[in-house]
Design a binder for this molecule. Structure first.
Ligand code: ASP
Ligand code: MG
Length: 424
């Protein structure tokens, strides 16, 4: 017997038929004798609709049109998950399974005060576990918690992944299964490279890089939590027949296991290729090369909530002037240029240049730590295809390369094949 948390995303609970199908997945695990907690998202599209309603509600006279009370935003958008948790509990009961829904406040899942993007502080899983031990399935509304002021809070878009991993950590589950509309994590985006392969296992750190680089399988925060609490997390499809052979396999169900690197025996050097579109590059030319320039540039950008990514600074020839290049999301370029313009005197640069529509392609793998020449392989392969590199950054387990947008797909395919990821 094991304790399992099963999470179903919006497309998996999109209508009553799919909710019935989810109930069959749950029944399979219950029949096998496991203790089960289920975490659900809202029906797909529902949260968008709720957010839209909040945004289009008349505001207090004279208030800025974009400002609404964040506590009431949460009261509205948390309702989508309330509906699906109740519906799934009913569907399970109809199959003869003892099930009960739980809203975030009923557990409770305590969060901080950042309404709309709250972080989980504490989960008191005691009562839920007691009932699970008695054979009751807990059906938990994802995405929501209870703030310090006893008001409903939500965890930010995609937050029910985080609910699931946090609950798995709190109830010490043996596994957290994330059921979604894809059947696992792939070596790269299969829409770009049809030869992409589903990974059997991927290390937490690698998944964190893949997720933050736009492989949108999981909310990044959920991967961070899984890594900290070592929650073995499976990404698998809810659209497969719930009773197909192997679906209930405790050790090797179909899907991708995100786990500690020690569990990965045959580690490849490179695990995957990720990419992030719509990057822009900003260069400040002929800056004074003195202590405090970086702070003068990136301080005001941070205060304006502009997310700076790659930063490249040249060593100056004579110790007096240098160049600084960095990237921001394309959508933030105008704002960044304005902020830098306002601070021109404090920073002390000569000219600003910028270019949008760039793409960052990244090679990810913990095996890089112990292998030389991984970067050189990428540079050679891209050169052979005539792809120009505009900037490079590296970390222990990642090489990121900035290139022109139109070359994105070619670069992804080139890197995918140069590390042998095409071969099964
Ligand atoms: N329903 C929420 C959203 O759409 C949370 C989730 O699905 O993870 O963002
Ligand atoms: Mg999601």
């Amino acid at each position: 017997m094991a304790r399992i948390v099963m999470k179903f995303g919006g497309t998996s609970v999109a209508d009553l038929d799919r909710i019935k199908n989810v109930a069959r997945h749950v029944k399979r695990e219950v029949d096998a004798g496991h203790e089960v907690a289920v975490v659900v998202s809202a029906m797909s599209g529902k949260t968008n609709e709720l957010v839209g309603w909040v945004q289009n509600t008349p505001k207090v006279a004279g208030a800025d049109h974009s400002i609404y009370d964040a506590r009431e935003y949460d009261a509205v958008v948390a309702s989508g998950e309330q509906v699906t948790s109740g519906l799934l509990a009913i569907a399970l009961q109809a199959m003869g399974i003892n099930a009960r829904s739980w809203q975030g406040w009923q557990i409770p899942i305590r969060t901080d005060n950042a309404h709309g993007a709250a972080r989980i502080l504490e989960i008191d899983g005691g009562e839920m576990v007691r009932r699970m031990q008695e054979g009751q399935v807990a059906v938990v509304a994802g995405f929501q918690g209870l703030g310090p002021d006893n008001r409903v809070s939500t965890l930010g878009r995609g937050g029910s992944d985080t609910s699931a991993v946090a609950i798995a950590a709190a109830v010490k589950a043996d596994r957290c299964d994330i059921y979604t509309d894809v059947d696992g994590v792939y070596t790269t985006d299969p829409r770009i490279e049809p030869k992409a392969r589903r990974l059997k296992k991927i290390a937490f750190e690698e998944m964190l890089e893949m997720a933050s680089l736009g492989a949108k399988v999981l909310q990044v925060r959920s991967v961070e939590l899984a890594m900290v609490f070592k929650v073995r997390t499976f990404v698998r499809s809810s659209f497969e027949d719930p009773d197909a052979p192997g679906m209930g396999d405790l050790l090797n169900p179909p899907g991708t296991l995100i786990c500690d690197e020690e569990e990965i025996v045959e580690q490849e050097v490179v695990t995957g290729i990720a990419y992030a579109k719509d990057e822009a590059q900003i260069s400040l030319r002929r800056l004074a090369d003195r202590p405090g320039v970086s702070a003068a540039i990136f301080g005001p950008l941070a205060e304006s909530h502009i997310n700076v990514d790659m930063i490249v600074q040249n060593i100056s020839e004579d110790g007096s002037k240098t160049d600084m290049t960095f990237t921001v999301p394309s959508g933030d370029v105008e704002k960044a240029l304005r902020v830098l313009g306002e601070n021109k005197d404090k920073i002390g640069y000569d000219v600003i240049q910028n270019e949008s529509g760039l793409v960052k392609v990244s090679v990810i793998g913990i095996g890089m730590r112990s292998h030389a020449g991984v970067a050189a392989t990428a540079f050679r392969a891209l050169a052979e295809k005539g792809i120009n590199i505009k900037a490079i950054t590296t970390s222990e387990i990642k090489i990121s390369i900035l290139i022109d947008g139109p070359y994105a797909e070619l670069a992804v395919r080139t890197l995918h094949s140069c590390y042998g990821l095409d071969k099964s």
